[in-house]
Each structure stands twice: as C-alpha cells, then as structure tokens.
Ligand binder design. Structure first.
Ligand code: GTP
Ligand code: MG
Length: 324
C-alpha cells in the first residue's frame, strides 16, 4: 500500500522541489511542518528558526539549514518594478454594491492584502463581511469565501437576502462559503493556519478569508496591563499568518476590529482601534467606519500603501450596500 507521503512525493517530483526535498527534512518532519501550516517553500523561507523548531521539533541548526535551503531554492532575489507591476495585474478587487466604497479602496477589496475595518458597534463591519462573501461570487462564481466567526455573527439568512439582491442563486452562494466558529484566540489562530489546507489539500479556489472579529477573543482573554505584551505577541503571530495567507495565495483577507474609548483625548475623535500598532501596521488597508446622518455609514480610509486618505458614505439595505 502506498502511504500519503509517498503519493505526495510522487506528485511533487513531477513539479519542482518541495518541502520533503530539503536537507534535514524526512517524512516525519515534513508531516509535522505541514500540520503546522507550512505547505510550501515560501512559508519555510520566510519563517524564523524558532518557528520551525516549535513546529517540527528539529534542532535549531537543522531549522536554519531548512530555511536556507528553502530560500536558495526559491530564487528570492530582487524583482524589477515592472515584474511587480505584472504581478499586481493578477490582483482581484472584490467589489461591493456601493461604488463609493469601491472607489475609496481604489476599485474594491484587494486580494494579496489584509483590509481591516474598525469602528463602534453597529457601524457595519459585520455587514460588509457578509456583503463581500456574496459579491465575491458575483465576480467569480467559483470562488470560495471562508468566514472565521468569533462572535457567532454569521447569518445564512442574511446571505440569502444579499444573494437575491445581487441576482445570484442563494443556495449556490451559501455552498461556496465555508464557516468556522472560533471559540478562543488559540482556536482562531489555528483556523487561520489551517485555512491553507482548503487550498492545498482540498483544492478550493479560496479568494476571501473573513475574520469577524479579529480582536474580540484577544481582548477578552488578555485583560490588564500585565498580559498586554503576551497578547500583542500572539496577535503579531496571527497577523503574520494572515499576511502570508493573503500573499502566497493571492486572496483577500478582511478583518474587523472594535474600538475603545481613549479617556485622554479631549479634542477630535476619542476612539482608538484595538490591537494597537501590531494590527495597524500589519493591515494593508485600514477603514474607519462610523455612523453618519440618516442611518448612513461613513467609511474613512486611514491607511493605504497607494491611495489617498479619503472618506465616503453608504447605507446598509436588505439588498446590500448602496451609495448615500
Ligand atoms: P459590532 O460587531 O457590534 O461591533 O458591530 P458591526 O460594526 O459589526 O455592525 P453590523 O455590521 O452588525 O451592523 C449593524 C447595522 O447594520 C444595524 O444597525 C443595521 O443598521 C444594519 N443591518 C444589519 N442587518 C441588516 C439587515 O438585514 N438589513 C438591513 N437593511 N440593515 C441591516
Ligand atoms: Mg459585528
């Protein structure tokens, strides 16, 4: 009988070199690395020796060799600006039904990046998450959306309404959404790591990963100043997993984040996103959402690598989002 690793090896020899071909990596180590979410050479090449040691149990010097070999095999040299431009041509921009919001984001929610939406309760973060899972399928009917739900806010009934609003078959849309409840921050981190399995093992065309909410568990579990450093460390690791997920699979990561009141701010907006610099700096695009006039929602782009800071308004309706 041929075991799984052998089949994998066979498949892989037809392609290029893979994890198992690296020096110091036997079948057992390869399996452990894969179980820890290292499914390709890129993942190993950008990992730290400590991460590899933790994931696979190999010694530190072996971990270094593995990383070096992964790096060497990837020809991770410098690319010309033109190559990057070509790569960016593959980026998909997931459009909502509010053209204001799409324009604010330079056309839509980009794949290959993390977009964070922060704002007070009821500002529309979860609604945007639902809209994206549906509208993704308007653009690509075979695309899969993954919804990591930490607050039990995913509502299939809402998906049905939005799908009808977008003129799509609601049941087909629901079939193309994979939902997982995360019961605590460790579980959430594990689910993010396992999301790659859907792509590599289950061969699903995942184009969107939602985490609603990114920070709620972390906020609830690490209370008080003493635990702040630990919380930030874990969040940092989580954000790196998400960045890797977005970048190596050219998919859109959309995360929601709450805000807290800052008692020391007397002028301007006294709210601040949870997660501090770690979340802020790891997110590629950041949107601040607030309630506006007449039930509208105001979205402000506060951070983006290539777009001007700007704002727009939209309204949440049964059918989706519409410009205000
Ligand atoms: P928290 O998770 O509590 O921080 O809030 P949030 O930012 O996720 O808010 P959410 O996206 O849940 O927005 C809630 C608001 O969206 C509600 O106050 C309604 O105005 C609107 N909304 C929610 N569901 C529907 C719906 O089914 N139809 C319509 N028309 N509006 C809805
Ligand atoms: Mg919400």
């Amino acid at each position: 009988m041929i075991n799984k690793t052998e089949i994998k090896k066979q498949e892989e020899t037809e392609k290029e070199i893979t994890i198992i071909d690296l020096p110091g990596v036997g079948a057992a180590t390869a399996e452990k690395l894969e179980a820890a979410g290292y499914n390709n050479l890129m993942g190993l090449a950008v990992a730290s020796p400590g991460e590899i040691v933790e994931a696979s149990g190999v010694g530190e010097s072996t971990a270094r060799k593995i990383i070096q070999a992964a790096r060497a095999s990837l020809s991770m040299g410098f690319e010309s600006g033109e190559d990057i431009l070509k790569k960016r041509a593959n980026i998909m921009k997931i459009k909502t039904n509010s053209s204001n919001l799409n324009t604010l984001l330079g056309g839509g929610f980009e794949t290959g990046a993390i977009t964070e939406c922060f704002g007070e309760y009821g500002s529309g973060k979860t609604q945007i998450a639902h809209v994206l899972t549906v509208m993704l399928q308007k653009q690509d009917p075979d695309a899969i959306a993954v919804f990591i739900d930490t607050e039990n806010t995913f509502r299939p009934e809402r998906i049905i309404e939005l799908a009808k609003g977008a003129g799509l078959d609601p049941h087909k849309v629901l079939r193309n959404i994979r939902v997982a409840r995360a019961y605590n921050s460790d579980h959430q981190m594990l689910l993010a790591e396992k999301a790659t399995d859907l792509i590599t093992k289950n061969k699903l065309n995942v184009k969107l990963v939602v985490i609603d909410s990114l920070t709620a568990h972390f906020r609830a579990e690490f209370i008080g100043r003493g635990t702040l450093a630990e919380r930030q460390q874990k969040l940092n690791k989580h954000m790196h997993t998400l960045l890797r997920l977005a970048d190596s699979n050219n998919l859109c990561v959309y995360v929601t984040n709450q805000v807290m009141a800052r008692p020391d701010v007397f002028f301007g907006d006294p709210t601040e996103a949870i997660g501090g610099h770690i979340v802020a700096h790891s997110s590629t695009f950041r949107i601040y959402l607030r309630k506006g006039k007449k039930g509208s929602r105001v979205a402000k782009l506060v951070d983006s690598p290539n777009l001007p800071d700007a704002a727009c308004a939209f309204t949440v309706t049964t059918d989706g989002l519409i410009d205000f």
